[in-house]
Design a protein around this ligand. Sequence first.
Ligand code: C2E
Ligand code: CA
Ligand code: CA
Length: 743
Amino acid sequence: MVWIMGEVSQEGRKYSPATINQAFNDFLRLQASDQKLLQRYNKTLMRGGEVFAKIFYDYLMASPVTAKVLDKYQRQGGLIEDLVKKQLQHLFGFISGRIDDASAQRMSHIGEIHYRHGIEPVWIMGAYKLYLDHLQTCIRDNTEVSDNDRQLLESTITKLLFRDMGLMLEGYWGANLSALAREKEKVVDLRDQITGLLANIPQLLWSIDVANNQPLYVSPTAHEICEMDIDMPIPCLGWTIAEDRQRVEMAWQSAMQGEATEVESRVIQPNGEQRWFRRLFYPYKNIAGDVVRIDGLMEDTTEKKATLERLNTLATTDSLTCLTNRTLFHDRLAQALAAASRSDKYQVVMMLMDLDHFKEINDTLGHPAGDEVLVAVAQRLQTLLRKTDTLARLGGDEFGILLPQVEDGHYTAEKIAKTIQQAFVSSYQAEDNELFLGASIGIAIYPEHGEDVATLMSRADVAMYSTKNTEKGYMFYDSKLDPHAQQNLQLSGDLRHALQRKQLVLHYQPKIDLQSNSVMGAEALLRWHHPAHGVIPPDEFIPLAERTGLIRPITDWVIENALKQSKVWREMGYELHMAVNVSARSFQNTKLVEIINGTLKKLDIPANSLEVEITENILMSDLINTTRVLKQISDQGVTIAIDDFGTGYSSLAYLKNMPLHTIKIDKSFVLNMAKDENDAVIVRSTIDLAHNLGLFVVAEGIENAETLAMLVALGCDSAQGYYFSRPQQADKFSVFLQQHGRD
Ligand code: C2E
Ligand code: CA
Ligand code: CA
């Protein structure tokens, strides 16, 4: 139907396509008499049609709009003559006075076509003015029209022109309305789509007119987050928890300054739950550069945050013990150092600790048992530290302890180190095995031992390794022990040449048999005559030799030279028991047994005149291997002595199954036993226990007659100390022998 897509509502229009023709005819009072009049003068009015066609055509071509339409029409194969012909037909049809519904629809249709081609009403007016002029000329000067009819005929023509023109404009308008309605429909569709989209996505979107503090848009999701009042200008601010509000307000202020910002905060949900939300503020500026609008987005980040936190925990926690891992430990240490550097009141203590024979547990009981032990150790240690301290598992059986703010580093570190040692007094349980563990702790203190993470870590490590050569469970960093320290690097270079350059010398200290009061043996003690530094005591270079691997050739050299000296004294008639010190590292030397046996044979000295002194911690650090080597040595007849007894953690009962011959009570107990009752008690019970186990007892560190007398009274077998003689060179020792030795 021409009345422009009947399905489109023609809002506000009183007349429908069915009634419009009638309405026109009524308003214009078009009657049968009008039609009769037209029929009467039909021929008259038809005359001059060709002339009109020409005028009309000129008019079309004169207007750019219509000229363009015609041009297009022609290019598509249309003929102007046909158009002109149609126009004439229209004129003739119009003159014939058709006023039925069909003719009305045709006119509407023509209006619609004009609309489609963009030919506007003003042109339609111009065309009708041409019709009117043409017909008026026909009527006015024509004698065929009676004077009575002339005015009537002119009125009829005018009415018809109005009808024709009005219906055409109706068509034009209707087409326009339909087009508008279609556009509106599209807009509505689009709006529904966008609304649906915004309602469906979980993010809350909004746009705020900040100049007037008015919301321009708030997406429907908003009400799921902020139940009643969205709040202006910052959406949902009122629902944000009090502690986080200031942060959000600050981000908003930055947005108001023109900067896109992002902020996270906790928001109370309508159901009372507290969740994390991220807000994004995007400022929009007008031409003047003022922020007039802030668009934004708000989204729930609770899950994302939780995931991040989980990842963070994974990245910073040791999965076995749930302790801090190495990464976080380094971070904390760095933080502590930064904080301490801002005041000179505080020091930072960092400790490295490893378990003494952990490898053995793994090797003999299996990894699950090892893991069980690590977890148990972690738990025990954790209870000993304060909340502000950090306990970390750095890998394997290595733990880190950080005391971030201490006023008296050495004192506190020593206290904590001792406390930690307590954690190893009672046994650990792993798969029904009762295990006694030990730990070595290395301590480095900021600023004394270093000022950065790497230095402190490596120095604590040096201290920890040095601890392994002592009986003390912990040690502070000492540059003398550090193979990396500049001076030590130089020394270790020098030590390499010390053997070839004959700078190493053995001194001998006598062991006195307390029953016969004569020299029964000697301990060979090493000295380094350094060309620049003079005599360097063994405590200073043995640890260095151990760290650099030089200890092996040195031990070999000591065994060979001590036995050679022993041979010399034998030939002088003194059958001495020669003791040599063999350190932990040397026990890893697979050739140790060969060298001992080979040298004894070569020099033809009985095996039982050699004694190997080892410290307790050698035993404890590698029980299986050490026991095997000790057995091989003692099977030959060489005796084994436990040196510095009492400073380690082994109990006599534990040593029961070892191929031991001698116990050397550490000088730290002997030196003061005359004055300190505790020490005296320890010495006495050690002697008793050792004797019960059938062991020979040597006390070392006798500096006075009083101590000697006590030891004699306690039934100690042998004694060694400055009171008798300091360690001295072989020739001087020979003189001593001649004075005190039994032959
Ligand atoms: P050590 O085996 O416990 O040796 C005894 C140490 O105590 C010696 O120190 C000795 O001089 C000292 N001493 C002896 N009597 C007394 C006394 O009455 N009072 C005091 N205050 N001290 C006394 P030195 O010679 O400086 O040796 C220190 C440590 O160096 C030795 O301790 C031993 O562990 C190690 N060492 C020495 N020579 C060698 C060696 O050839 N090989 C290895 N691996 N270590 C050695
Ligand atoms: Ca010794
Ligand atoms: Ca000793």
